[in-house]
Ligand binder design. Structure first.
Ligand code: FES
Length: 350
């Protein structure tokens, strides 16, 4: 760029044409620099996403009163693990987790927190990425194992998303980058390789302990205050067996619900989607479209079942009962009454 630019600038006759060539060369130079920066920071959005998501997931678990509840709570770690164990290729590991469920549940939550913080700050980035990949691998082989087709299981996607960070580490805008630059300066000052490595390792360890301590404190506070906050309204909430409708009962034309088919309406009390179904000729009922595992929308009934695309739960289209986990609770069922050619959604049965 400089050579071409200087020769043109020094040539008075080249005039406007020379300035144009110099400007074009400058533009090409800037574009090349921009491309180099874009390549260098290409993994930053992925790193931010994974880091924030893992911190969020950890704090969400620690603040959820259901997470560490016993087997009677379908949203607990124990229930979810028990439900996933049956068809999982790592059932032996899940069995070990069920021997000490509180320990394992806390290890998962604090492991996610450590992975998230390590990834965000770029401290021992490859180790953090390996931890994240291991967590998602175990979730894929358990909770998401029965998802079909496989690409709908989000844990497999997360597992793949860790791969670039595992390969490239976190060399930029990171503690790792700072330590590497300082090690370079130390070498420049003539420090022996052993001392340089020991210094980087010790300082990385100190940073890891400091960040781990901060994470532990944050997690513990989240767990203490989050549990209080989450459990209070749930304890005082009245069982929602007969929600008061806030408008006229939703209805659909009976002709729009063939045997084995469905029509969708909304629960006027909650706004949640409900399928009105006709599993056998003349028998109608309503089934909530909200999966009882983690709240995804289940698909409309097909072949006598409702399928949840998030983790593969299946529910019986006649009763809402769980056919296949990880969900352990049936879909809430509504009464449906027929009035002439209309089907009216009634109250929740259970
Ligand atoms: Fe997990 Fe439905 S199976 S949300």
């Amino acid at each position: 760029m400089s050579e071409a630019g200087n020769s043109v600038a020094g040539d008075g006759e080249a005039g406007v044409g020379g300035a144009g060539v110099g400007g074009a060369a400058g533009l090409a130079d800037r574009a090349a620099q921009w491309r180099a920066s874009a390549s260098r920071y290409a993994l930053l959005p992925l790193r931010l996403f994974l880091g924030v998501t893992f911190v969020y997931a950890a704090l969400d678990k620690l603040s959820d009163a259901h997470y560490l509840a016993g087997a009677a709570d379908p949203a607990s770690f124990v229930s979810q693990t028990q439900a996933a164990k049956g068809g999982s290729p790592i059932s032996f590991l899940l069995g070990a987790a069920l021997d000490a469920p509180t320990l394992f549940a806390l290890a998962v939550a604090f492991g996610e927190l450590a992975v998230g913080l390590g990834t965000l700050l770029g401290l021992w980035g490859r180790v953090a990425a390996l931890g994240g990949a291991m967590i998602n691998l175990s979730l894929w082989l358990s909770i998401s194992w029965s998802v079909s087709p496989y690409y709908l299981g989000n844990d497999l996607g997360y597992l793949m998303a860790w791969t670039p960070l595992l390969l490239a580490g976190t060399p930029d805008l990171s503690v790792d980058g700072y330590l590497a630059r300082r090690a370079g300066r130390d070498r420049g000052r003539g420090l022996g390789e052993d001392r340089v490595r020991r210094r980087a390792l010790v300082d990385g360890g100190i940073a890891a302990v400091a960040i781990g301590g901060a994470g532990l404190l944050t997690g513990s506070l989240t767990r203490t205050f989050g549990r209080a906050k989450h459990s209070a309204p749930k304890q005082s909430a009245a069982p929602a067996t007969t929600p008061a409708p806030s408008g006229p009962a939703p209805s659909v034309a009976a002709a729009s619900v063939p045997v084995g088919g469905s029509a969708q309406v909304k629960d006027p009390a909650t706004g949640d989607a409900v399928y009105i179904v006709q599993p056998k000729a003349g028998q109608y009922c309503g089934l909530s479209a909200v999966c009882t595992h983690s709240g995804c929308a289940v698909d409309a009934p097909k072949n006598g079942q409702l399928y949840c695309p998030c983790h593969g739960s299946r529910f019986d289209a006649a009763t809402g009962a769980v056919v296949n986990g990880p969900a352990v609770k049936p879909l809430p069922k509504y009464t449906v009454t027929q009035a002439g050619d209309k089907l009216n959604l009634g109250p929740l049965q259970s």
